[in-house]
Design a protein around this ligand. Structure first.
Ligand SMILES: Nc1nc2c(c(=O)[nH]1)N[C@H]1C(S)=C(S)[C@@H](COP(=O)(O)O)O[C@H]1N2
Ligand SMILES: [Mo]
Length: 253
């Protein structure tokens, strides 16, 4: 568009001779077709900006008075594998969250390392597609901080969240795009309602991605993988329930 304009202006200028540049430009500006083009471009841009802006809006936050008396658990309540049980017995002191894939600095974070980073606490409502909601207070590290350390490569388009549990022999996993990954309320949570995250709610680490439905909030996190495409992960639909139950990949609320 900028190039086209310059070319046209130049041609106009050349045709009009020295000093014709400005008047060529003025003529273009007065042209109804050009006015329309500009109007369309501006409206299009406005809609794109609006859509992106909406995606970055915060989910509603609540007060401690709104907390659900108990935060219900759903799906896996205990991965119950040998390695998970062994780690649980050690208070997850040996748990590692691996950040890998399309990053310049792949690395692992221990639970203690994550707890010593800047934290965010938020009270939000969790909505499960099975028809229940619960309000809980979550504390954890903004995912952005981990991504800044690991340094996403240009080719990364999605993050895949790997979990320690399987359902019917299939590992649970989820994925988001980079807008949700960098959203200020997207955190790797290790506390619920001020207490250490219970096993049934995803201990020791679970994703909170507050603009999305419940199944996107991967529990028992073991790894975060940056990928260009979701095609070769699981069945290629971006998550356990997307693969198995035909749930939508984009579960925005
Ligand atoms: N690893 C893992 N993450 C998971 C699930 C699961 O079964 N395994 N269930 C999902 C669903 S459907 C919901 S509603 C929430 C439930 O979180 P909660 O157990 O803390 O209520 O976790 C989501 N994340
Ligand atoms: Mo759910």
């Amino acid at each position: 568009m900028a190039k086209l304009l310059t070319r046209r202006t130049m041609l106009g200028g050349a045709a009009l001779g020295a000093g014709g540049m400005l008047s060529g430009c003025d003529a273009l500006n007065r042209s109804p077709a050009f006015q329309n083009l500009l109007a369309t471009a501006e409206t299009g841009n406005f809609h794109i900006q609006r859509a992106l802006g909406d995606r970055m809006e915060l989910a509603s936050e609540y007060t401690t008075a709104d907390l659900s008396p108990t935060f219900r658990a759903n799906g896996t309540r205990n991965p119950d594998t040998q390695s998970y049980n062994a780690s649980a017995a050690r208070g997850f002191s040996d748990w590692q969250l691996r950040v890998f894939g399309l990053v310049s600095k792949p690395q692992s974070f221990s639970l203690a390392a994550l707890q010593s980073m800047p934290q965010r606490t938020q009270i939000t409502r969790h909505d499960c597609v099975e028809g229940w909601s619960a309000i809980g207070q979550w504390t954890g590290v903004p995912l952005k901080l981990l991504l800044d350390l690991a340094q996403l490569r240009e080719s990364a388009n999605f993050l895949v969240f790997h979990c320690a549990d399987s359902l019917g022999g299939r590992p649970y996993y989820e994925s988001t795009d980079l807008l949700d990954a960098f959203h200020p309320q997207t955190i790797i949570a290790h506390r619920l309602n001020g207490e250490i995250l219970p096993i049934e709610n995803g201990a020791p680490l679970r994703l909170r991605v507050e603009r999305q439905l419940g199944y996107k909030h991967a529990k028992y996190l073991t790894g975060i993988q940056a990928v260009a495409s979701l095609d070769n992960i699981g069945e290629g639909k971006g998550g356990y329930w997307e693969d198995v139950g035909n749930y939508e990949w984009y579960a925005g609320i």
